[in-house]
Ligand binder design. Structure first.
Ligand code: ADP
Ligand code: MG
Length: 389
């Protein structure tokens, strides 16, 4: 059964009424630009052909009920109780998954003249916790549904910000705005070039289809936890670097500033800063290269991005390095880990006829290393959040 059909089934079970509509939002892959978003920098994600579906209808009372195929029980709260629930600094009074859709409702309710209660059923085919941002997908699908049901008329960046606010303040995961913007603005065979400071977003054609290129995702199955340890630590290192170097954010540094940074910073902080500064430059170079030379020329930028995350930012793990190396040896033109790191997925830009070889090479490299079998599949750049019916 498709995720859309699962969502309709679940809705029929929890609500005794006809749905008012169905909405969906995609997960995303970040082509390049990692850990640059919270440094006010540049990212280049694209929405993927894996989506989270929401089936919903208004209620006559002021209660919000959310149900997901991932959870045994629906969760129900009054709209008037949302302000007491969130922000829930580390002490959630709803199951964590429900804080995503309820957090979006909380973030959007102020914009509504008279928010009605609503029944929401959720089902998804975005892999969870694989670095493909199932979180932004559930936020985005909920946001477009509520935008319609509450007649908000919000623009896409506003809905993206509501998703981010849910994730930061209702769930408590300190993420940037990239995932939500990608889920909102995605276009077929195109990426979203996003300036995370101004939130100016530009659609950049990828041209993968015409060039016969596929993006292979290699999900290591190693789970990451954004809300904890490593991610927070990297953010702090970036903030420290910017403070010591006297800039509002690392975005304000150019590669030419790195000599001075090396003098002023301890080695670890310097390498964290160097990753962000060079990664910003690689995003700009990737956009320029896509437009001038086309997608087959961006491989070395992807490779350099991975090396920087592995050596300078130190957020890769052996499984990711193995996947990236095996994919390249089997014919990928460039490969890198994607997402927050410490596990999750890597991507390999691969000529269509080499996809099978890449999948096999990654699987056998994992088996040789004694790693659990990876999930390997292709994704296609697709449309952002939308109403489906
Ligand atoms: P990622 O975004 O990389 O998949 P996150 O940890 O950021 O990983 O978000 C995953 C969490 O989002 C899940 O653990 C769950 O709480 C929530 N979530 C995502 N999709 C769904 C869904 N379809 N139903 C319920 N909760 C979901
Ligand atoms: Mg996420």
């Amino acid at each position: 059964m498709t995720a859309a059909a699962e969502a309709r089934d679940l809705f029929a079970r929890i609500a005794g009424v006809e749905p008012a509509g169905t909405w969906s939002a995609p997960g995303r892959v970040n082509l390049i630009g990692e850990h640059t978003d919270y440094n006010d920098g540049f990212v280049l994600p694209f929405a993927i052909d894996r989506r989270t579906h929401v089936v919903a209808a208004p209620r006559s009372d002021r209660r919000i009920r959310v149900a997901s195929t991932f959870a045994a029980e629906p969760v129900e709260v009054g709209i008037d109780d949302l302000d007491a629930l969130f922000p829930s600094a580390g002490a959630p009074r709803v199951p964590e998954w429900a804080a995503y859709p309820l957090g979006v409702a909380w973030a959007l309710q102020d914009a509504a003249a008279a928010p009605s209660g609503v029944d929401i059923a959720v089902a998804s085919d975005v892999p969870i916790g694989a670095g493909l941002s199932s979180s932004a997908a559930i936020e985005g699908a909920t946001a477009v549904a509520l935008d319609d049901l509450w007649d908000l008329g919000s623009d896409r960046p506003t809905l993206a910000r509501a998703g981010r606010r849910a994730e930061n303040e209702a769930v408590g995961a300190p993420t940037g705005i990239m995932d939500q913007m990608a889920a909102m603005l995605g276009r077929p065979d195109a990426a979203i070039f996003l300036d995370c400071r101004s939130l100016r977003a530009e659609v950049v054609d990828l041209g993968f289809a015409a060039a016969g290129l596929e993006v292979v995702v290699m999900d290591t199955g190693v789970t990451h936890a954004h809300a904890t340890g490593g991610y927070r630590d990297r953010r702090e290192a970036c903030e420290r670097g910017a403070r010591i170097l006297g800039v509002p954010a690392l975005r304000d540094l150019a590669p030419e500033d790195l000599d001075r940074a090396r003098d002023l910073l301890d080695d670890v902080t310097f390498r964290r800063v160097r990753h962000v500064v060079t990664e910003d430059r690689r995003v700009l170079d990737t956009v320029r290269t896509l437009r001038s030379a086309g997608p087959t020329a961006i491989g070395p930028l992807l490779d350099a991005s991975h090396a920087s995350m592995r050596d300078d930012f130190e957020i890769s793990v052996p499984e990711l390095d193995t996947a990236v190396e095996a994919a390249r040896e089997a014919g990928a033109i460039g490969a890198r880990m994607t997402g927050g790191g410490f596990g999750g997925a890597a991507i390999a830009l691969t000529p269509r006829e080499r996809v099978g070889a890449v999948a096999e090479a990654v699987a056998s490299a994992f088996s040789r290393s004694g790693f659990a079998a990876p999930r390997v599949f292709t994704v296609t750049a697709s449309e952002g959040a939308r109403r489906d019916s």
